[in-house]
Design a protein around this ligand. Structure first.
Ligand code: FMN
Length: 336
């Protein structure tokens, strides 16, 4: 496979929801896809070990409606990554992404994630091994540096080396990863955001697709960043405030064809919960946990969230939970 065959339009990365372990599972992505037709969605990171020695359908199953969806892999062994990437492509993922940004100690012990930024030639080998066996784009998500080294040259050389191996798309979390002394959560908050480094990468590599990530919470920031780079990836804000996604098709893809309401989204999620229960035995509770922020900022949001997260209602069918969630507290007290 050549680089040219491995290309896709840069617009594919204009808006995306970040890979987030334990959060962006297939149920979460189903919700996000109802809210936005065009936004690119990422899986949680799946390690090559889990995929090559584990339950493949459990890790890779997704709904046809989820496209476009990218599989994020964690690993550092080129032949394992090639095998895992091939599986991902066979299962129909639209992109294979390599995690070079996760700073967790567990991931470091496995010698992948952010510590791979110190080993650009190895990442290049990994990318090449994957590019050779799949015809969907192989992309890399990384940080702007490691520990306290804030030199631009470090990330520039990393991108240059990996690009030479056939990676055309880089998703850059605009902070360093401090490999010692910070938890993963702190590593998403404490190292300072430096968007200008990512903008500089785009200037130096105009032929590459560069998407920016980290701390983006508002349309004004998205619009400003889209003047400088090709795409914006949103993580926590998309998860906690999923309704934001409902405006993205119109704002960022010029597609105003569908107007959602929170009620219609909730109803479609209930239909999905019923289908998942029938076909896979999934409990509605493990789906509903991803939509608890849907009504954030509206009157009644607290009660709605409490009902959908109430363990004691687990035996009820989701349609009944929806009815309760929509009932005003006074009416609920009368009915009790
Ligand atoms: C709960 C959680 C899990 C995450 N898991 C991953 C992961 O599996 N792979 C990855 O590349 N980044 C992971 N991240 C980092 C996000 O993809 C993203 O880079 C980071 O949250 C910064 O973006 P934000 O400020 O928009 O949230 C995770 C973040 C969170 C909050």
């Amino acid at each position: 496979m050549t680089n040219v065959e491995n290309q896709a339009p840069a617009s594919m990365w204009r808006m995306s929801v970040a890979p987030m372990m334990d959060w962006t599972d297939k149920h979460c992505r189903y919700l996000h896809r109802l809210l936005s037709r065009h936004t690119l969605l990422y899986t949680e990171m799946v390690t090559t070990g889990a995929l090559l020695h584990g339950d493949v359908p459990r890790h890779l199953r997704f709904e046809a409606e989820e496209h476009p969806v990218a599989l994020q892999l964690g690993g550092s062994e080129p032949s394992d990554l090639a095998q895992a990437a091939r599986l991902g492509a066979q299962w129909g993922y639209d992109e294979i992404n390599l995690n070079c940004g996760c700073p967790s100690e567990r991931v470091q012990r496995g010698a992948f994630g952010a510590c791979l930024m110190n080993e650009a030639p190895l990442v290049a080998d990994c990318v090449k091994a994957m590019v050779d066996v799949v015809d969907v784009p192989v992309t890399v998500k990384h940080r702007i540096g490691i520990d306290k080294d804030e030199s631009y040259e470090f990330v520039r050389d990393f991108v240059g080396t990996v690009a030479d191996a056939g990676c055309r798309v880089f998703i850059v979390h605009a902070r360093n990863a401090w490999l010692k002394g910070l938890s993963p959560k702190e590593n998403r908050e404490i190292p300072p955001l430096r968007y200008e480094i990512v903008a500089r990468l785009k200037q130096d590599f105009p032929e590459l697709t560069i998407a920016i990530n980290g701390g983006i919470k508002a349309d004004a920031t998205v619009q400003d960043l889209l003047q400088q780079v090709d795409g914006v990836m949103v993580g926590r804000e998309a998860y906690h405030n999923p309704w934001w996604l409902a405006s993205w098709d119109a704002l960022y893809y010029g597609d105003a064809s569908v107007e959602h309401t929170r009620e219609s989204i909730e109803e479609q999620m209930v239909a999905y919960m019923e289908r998942e229960a029938r076909t896979h035995g999934t409990h509605w509770y493990s789906i509903a946990r991803h939509m608890l922020g849907l009504r954030n900022g509206l009157a009644g949001a607290r009660r709605w969230r409490q009902v959908w997260s109430n363990h004691q209602l687990k035996q009820l069918p989701p349609s009944e939970v929806m009815r309760l969630a929509r009932t005003k507290p006074a009416e609920a007290a009368l009915a009790a």
